[in-house]
Every structure is written in structure tokens, then in C-alpha cells.
Design a binder for this molecule. Sequence first.
Ligand code: G
Ligand code: G
Ligand code: G
Ligand code: MN
Ligand code: NA
Length: 251
Amino acid sequence: NISSEMLRRAMETDQFTLVYQPIVPADKSMPVAAEVLARWTHPELGPVSPDQFIEAAERFHLIEPLSLMLLQQALSQLKLWNRQRVFVNLSFNLSALSLPDTLFMNRIMQIAQEQEISADQLMFEVTESADFTDLASSIANLASLRLRGFSIAIDDYGTGYANTQQLLRVPANRLKLDRSMVSNVTEGSQQFVILANTIQMAKQLGLSVVAEGIETQAEANALTALGVEYQQGYYHSRPLDAEALIQYLQQ
Ligand code: G
Ligand code: G
Ligand code: G
Ligand code: MN
Ligand code: NA
């Protein structure tokens, strides 16, 4: 079991690292991006899954300091890549619990500024949940990120609370289709009808679409045929450390 003390100690002693999963454009002329994913290796427990430590950080009210620390790590890496002329945009996950916190949002924008990251290089992924409590403040804060030029993606679309209500109220410019919507899809099935129509709906709402969890060539081909602009998944690449991402981008 993860204690508050373990998390604090892990933050103080740099136990968190980042990996980057490529978000691959359908058209090679479009820019490549990568989703930032946190990893924690505890000195005694070994690797702890992000689902577990993110949930623990939320429970202990440590998700804001943790997220800010991870963003700082990601953007100092991005600053280095920019200097090295390695071009990539980053997509960073935010916990729904942090969204109403205006001070947190201001810190995010401040970190981007300190690292000289232009807003068009950075996207924030949000998943609405039952905890998406203070809706008005959350929406206002997301809108101010958009006004500054950052992008917002609705993550995990097609699961749980991620539904059409969100499309109406979250000021997003991208939709990420959950793996459950895209895996093993066969033409003519009911799943295919829902997928094809979701993609059309997103486009008509002005959202770009990412299909997540692409594991096979058949899935990749099907999604390309359906007009999805970006794909992410083990078929294209697993999450990579910084060095491996550079090699991926240069190949
Ligand atoms: O690859 P994966 O096991 O990393 O991620 C599991 C879950 O943890 C996903 O839902 C992902 O969005 C979430 N996650 C991974 N890294 C972060 C992070 O830095 N911040 C937040 N809030 N969630 C993260
Ligand atoms: O549960 P409580 O009444 O203490 O919540 C007070 C405020 O804190 C509410 O706005 C609620 O949304 C928020 N909150 C509740 N749990 C968490 C959490 O785990 N992390 C963060 N950051 N905020 C939380
Ligand atoms: O933020 P989000 O919940 O979308 O996190 C993405 C999660 O999906 C991470 O845990 C990542 O490691 C995982 N993932 C990425 N690609 C694949 C894939 O092709 N298949 C499966 N099963 N999981 C994937
Ligand atoms: Mn995500
Ligand atoms: Na997702």
C-alpha cells in the first residue's frame, strides 16, 4: 500500500521518470507528438503502476505538486529537444481533481513560460470523472489554457463518464478514442457503426481525433480508412524513454 510519506519521499528523491509514447499522424507531413507517461520505481517495491500512484496522489492531495514536478521534468526535456532541433510536441495528462484549482493552472502556464515552451507545442489531456466536481471552475480554467494557445484533449473517450456531455462543455480541440472503441473493430459490426459515427461527429465539432491502443496493422488500416488523423498504440510504438524517442523520431 502506498502511503503519503512514500509519495513525498519519492518526489524528494527523484524516483519518478517519464516515458513518451509517439502519437503518429496519418499524413507524414503533420507534426509528430508524444504522450508523457509517468513511471515510478520504488527502491524496495520496484515498479508501481501509474493507475495506483496517480490514485494515491489524488487521495493524499499530492496530485498537484506531483503533476507540477512531472510537467517541469517534461518541459525541461522539451526545451533541450528544441535546442537540439528535435521537433516534437507533447501531450500531458492532468487529473480532473486539479482542474478547478486556479493557482495550479497558473503554475502550469508559468512553468511553460520559464522553459520557453510555446503554447502550440503543448496539449493537456483530461478525463472527466465523477470527481469532475467543480465544473464551472474546471471549464473556466481549461478555457484560459485554450485562450493562451494550449490544446486540450478529451481522453479515454468511450469509457465511463467520458461521454457526449463533455463534448458540449469542455473547450477541447481534440478527442482521444479509448482502446475499447477501436480494438478488434470489423467492418459492418455495430461497434464499427458507433466508431465511424463518433469520428464523423468529432470532425463536425471541429475536433481532431486520436485513436488509442492500436495494436495491429488491421486496426491501423481500419482507422486510417475511417479518416482518423492520429494513432497511438503498441503497433506504432510502446512508450519510450527520452533517448529511444529521439531515435524513433530520427528513423
Ligand atoms: O501507460 P500507463 O500505464 O502509463 O498509464 C496508466 C494511466 O495513468 C493512464 O490513465 C494515464 O493517463 C495515467 N497517467 C500516466 N502518467 C500520468 C501523469 O503524469 N499524470 C496523470 N494525471 N496521469 C498519468
Ligand atoms: O472531500 P473534501 O470535502 O475534503 O473536498 C474538498 C475539496 O477538495 C473539493 O473541492 C474536492 O473536489 C477536492 N478534493 C477532494 N478530494 C481530492 C483529492 O484527492 N485531490 C484534490 N486535489 N482535490 C480533492
Ligand atoms: O492516458 P491514458 O489513459 O490514455 O493512458 C494510456 C495508457 O494506455 C497507458 O497506460 C499506456 O501505457 C497504455 N497503452 C498505450 N498503447 C497501448 C496499446 O496499444 N495497448 C494497450 N493495451 N495499452 C496501451
Ligand atoms: Mn492520456
Ligand atoms: Na486513454
